[in-house]
Design a protein around this ligand. Structure first.
Ligand code: CDP
Length: 236
């Protein structure tokens, strides 16, 4: 399969183009904060609860809140039915999601408590961990949890000999490498960096530059979604 021809990708995008991204805030009534992201064909809901008392008690920390993240993929979200419940992949993604978000959350303000972040992927088409992290940081802000910044996230990858932004399903399946990244724009920090496949140091540099550009666009969309939700509104 030819994934890229004359600089145009299999889904018609240029190398440095993101898929269409739509972010909505406050979509779930029972959650303290929530967000919904449509990213290409990915559809992801995030519900945030807390800060609230943590049980069982032995899990509590006297110096900070515990941030619990749970990434789940609905069994109908992929081509082959996914067996319901946690598996190695979802445990890994939950863990790296917590790592991506924790540096921006002021957990030290809420000792003894827990903040729960539930990520539900209802349709998956590559890049769901990035979509989940992007939505989760918006949902945390919607819950009124004090944060240092939002966390935009997207992947770059290598297809053939080209470095491209935001892999679609075919590029993820048949490309050479996939590099999901989450950024903390205010500091320029990186709170998630994984790599599946291989890249040279120069390619990695190029991929990082692409991701920075992508994250800048996503960051604006996150802020815009929050502004839209709270404009002229007196939510607490
Ligand atoms: O979603 P993300 O790219 O963060 O994670 P991945 O493990 O690289 O998975 C890539 C894609 O493979 C997912 O987004 C799904 O579209 C697909 N997938 C699947 O079809 N069935 C699974 N059990 C897991 C993933």
């Amino acid at each position: 399969m030819e994934l890229i021809k004359d600089g145009i990708r299999i889904d018609g995008r240029k190398k440095d183009e993101l898929r269409d991204i739509k972010i909505e805030v406050g979509v779930l009534k029972r959650a303290d904060g929530s967000a919904y992201v449509e990213w290409g064909m990915n559809k992801v809901y995030v519900a945030v609860y807390g800060p609230r008392e943590l049980f069982p008690r032995f899990l509590r920390r006297s110096d900070k809140a515990v941030l619990q993240c749970k990434y789940n993929m609905a069994s109908f979200s992929v081509d082959d039915r996914k067996r319901p419940g946690p598996d190695r992949r979802s445990v890994e993604i939950s863990k790296v999601t917590r790592g991506a978000l924790e540096p921006v959350v002021l957990t030290e303000n809420f000792p003894e408590s827990v903040i729960n972040v539930n990520i539900e992927v209802v349709q998956a088409e590559a890049g769901t961990r990035c979509a989940g992290i992007t939505a989760a940081s918006v949902a945390l802000a919607d819950a009124g949890i004090p944060m240092k910044d939002l966390v935009p996230s997207c992947a770059a990858g290598k297809v053939g000999s080209e470095i491209i932004l935001d892999l679609c399903k075919e590029e993820d399946n048949f490309g050479e490498s996939d590099l999901p990244i989450a950024m903390i724009p205010r500091t320029g920090g990186i709170s998630l960096l994984q790599m599946d496949g291989l890249m040279t140091a120069e390619e990695l540099e190029e991929a990082l530059n692409l991701v920075k550009k992508g994250c800048k666009i996503i960051y604006e969309k996150q802020k815009e979604a929050l502004r839209k939700r709270y404009k002229g509104d007196d939510h607490d």
